[in-house]
Design a protein around this ligand. Structure first.
Ligand code: FES
Length: 133
């Protein structure tokens, strides 16, 4: 049996989820091992959610929100970017591969970008192998 990574795809409810809807409208799909998780805005994403997902067996976490300047809550995505940078430093300090978390901006109409990003991340995590936690 081939190993498939467990990936959580966190999307903001505006651009991220909009990108997923746009992809769906064009019949574009991302791999089924990637599970979507919707948050109102990436700015409200608590890093504890990411740590918990890793502790519960996720192999990778992909996060998509609105492009800089397009966040529906003004600066939420800037907060997300800063929080994620801090989290990656913490992960690295503890010897965890911080590249198991990606943050990628996706616009509401960028379904192809969303799917391409998901596929690229899936391949990236396959190369890293299973989460050892
Ligand atoms: S609403 Fe999309 S990142 Fe803030």
């Amino acid at each position: 049996m081939t190993w498939e990574p467990k990936i959580v795809y966190i999307m903001c409810s505006w651009c991220g989820s909009g990108g997923a809807e746009s992809a769906s409208a064009y019949g574009l799909k991302y791999p089924e091992n990637i599970k979507p998780f919707r948050v109102w805005c990436t700015g409200g994403l608590d890093p504890a959610y990411i740590l918990r997902a890793f502790l519960e067996g996720a192999d990778g976490i992909l996060i998509s929100g609105c492009h800089p300047g397009d966040c529906h809550y003004d600066t939420g995505n800037y907060f997300a970017r800063r929080r994620l940078a801090a989290l990656k430093t913490i992960l690295k300090t503890f010897g965890f591969d911080e590249d198991r978390v990606w943050l990628r901006w996706v616009g509401h109409s960028e379904g192809k970008r969303l799917v391409d990003t998901a596929i690229e991340f899936n391949e990236h995590i396959k190369k890293l192998g299973p989460n050892k936690i």
